[in-house]
Design a protein around this ligand. Structure first.
Ligand code: SF4
Ligand code: SF4
Length: 392
């Protein structure tokens, strides 16, 4: 073996050892790049990234941050290549040498120092709750796992509040995690810092074990998918829309306020839909609201477009014309909807940003499914989430 080739093979081997063994299965058909939502709007090319990974070539840096881990290509690859594992492994191998993009450094640094990506004070994780809700104790049925984004991000704190208010209506016993818990670690795993992910995860597992946690409810599909796929099989985890769907069917949750024909379209978050297979529950919740007319976008359910916030995308800067969330807002507007509903705090952040930058805030409003349901139940929470339809 020549000395010139050896380093390339070493890099390829390192990628496989970091979890990218699937490199070996790819035969370069290009189905992935043909279906990736970034292909038409950026120079990112997933087939080339995989090829460079196979060969360990220089130039990989050009493509390694382009993927938002939406899973569209994985579901279509004829060889069943776990493409997201390859992306994660490449990021792990290549970003170890200080190649993390500037925009990701604060996010990773905050996770390492404070256990959350928002530079929030860990001791203040539950401040949004204002001591209104109990901490989880072993005699309770559910731990309400509050994603870092709904604890610290001012817009998404409203989702923590609406979810807690709805949980109180369901009749189940539930509690909040202690402030000492960490981020579930999903995003940092996808940007390739596998050691930090392992540390965050272990502290959470210690907490779960110390409180005998068996059942969890999440508001973020990213936490849902991570607990279900990366934390082992000792926990039963559901997304909040699944619990709400069940409680509406049991008659425990009763939407009241008539939305008077308001048109709503629903965006399937990648980590709730393709990653977790949950498509019907959020739609059932919306359909239970009197007078709400649900219109589907052309790309929905398994075909849903990505908002661009996964895989660290929420913290990365994108140029105008290179944002999937902008395209998705245009698709939502094409349905005639005045409300875009979704069920993920990352999607909410990406879409509200696009609504502002596209200057269409007089045409469409972005809401979490829980916010619409709470409005229909006419329950007041401390801070108004803003009604989407006029009250009589
Ligand atoms: S679709 Fe699968 S086999 Fe085809 S190029 Fe992409 S990763 Fe390789
Ligand atoms: S997971 Fe999604 S964003 Fe990433 S390469 Fe595949 S299709 Fe593109």
């Amino acid at each position: 073996m020549s000395q010139a080739i050896t380093p390339y093979l070493e890099m390829s081997q390192a990628i496989m050892e970091a979890g990218g063994e699937a490199l070996k299965k790819c035969y370069q058909c290009g189905t992935c790049s043909g279906t990736c939502p970034w292909t038409p709007i950026t120079h990112f090319n997933i087939r080339k990234l995989v090829r460079y990974g196979q060969l360990g070539f220089d130039g990989i840096e050009e493509f390694m941050w382009g993927c938002s881990t939406c899973k569209f290509c994985v579901d279509r690859c004829p060889r069943g290549v776990e493409i997201i594992d390859i992306v994660t492994a490449i990021r792990n191998v290549y970003s170890g040498g200080g190649m993390l993009p500037q925009s990701l450094r604060a996010f990773v640094g905050s996770l390492a120092a404070r256990g959350n990506p928002w530079s929030g004070d860990q001791a203040k994780r539950n401040d949004w709750a204002g001591q209104k809700y109990p901490l989880y104790a072993p005699e309770m049925e559910y731990l309400f796992w509050t994603c870092c984004t709904v604890c610290y991000d001012p817009r998404n704190v409203r989702i923590a509040k609406t979810t807690a208010a709805l949980l109180n209506e369901t009749g189940i016993s539930w509690g909040l995690p202690a402030a000492e818990v960490n981020c579930c670690g999903e995003s940092v795993r996808k940007v390739g810092d596998l050691d930090l992910f392992a540390r965050l995860k272990q502290k959470n597992l210690d907490y779960f074990q110390s409180r005998n946690v068996a059942k969890m409810i999440t508001v973020s599909p990213h936490c849902l998918a991570t607990f279900n796929k990366e934390y082992g099989e000792d926990y039963s985890v559901v997304h909040f829309t699944q619990l709400l769907d069940k409680k509406i069917k049991e008659g425990k949750i009763k939407p009241k306020k008539d939305f008077g024909g308001i048109v709503v379209t629903y965006h399937d978050p990648c980590y709730l839909g393709r990653h977790s297979g949950v498509y019907d529950a959020p739609r059932n919740v919306l359909k239970a609201i009197p007078g709400l007319k649900l219109m589907e976008m052309e790309r929905s359910r398994e075909q849903s477009m990505c908002c661009g916030g996964g895989g660290g995308g929420l913290w990365m800067e994108k140029l105008k014309g290179e944002r999937l969330s902008d395209l998705r807002i245009e698709e939502a507007l094409a349905t005639g909807a005045t409300v875009l509903a979704t069920a993920c705090p990352y999607c909410i952040t990406m879409f509200e940003d696009s609504v502002r930058t596209l200057n269409v805030d007089d045409k469409i409003t972005v809401r979490d499914v829980t916010e619409l349901l709470l409005e229909s139940m006419e329950i007041n929470i401390d801070e108004s989430v803003g009604d989407v339809c006029a009250t009589d």
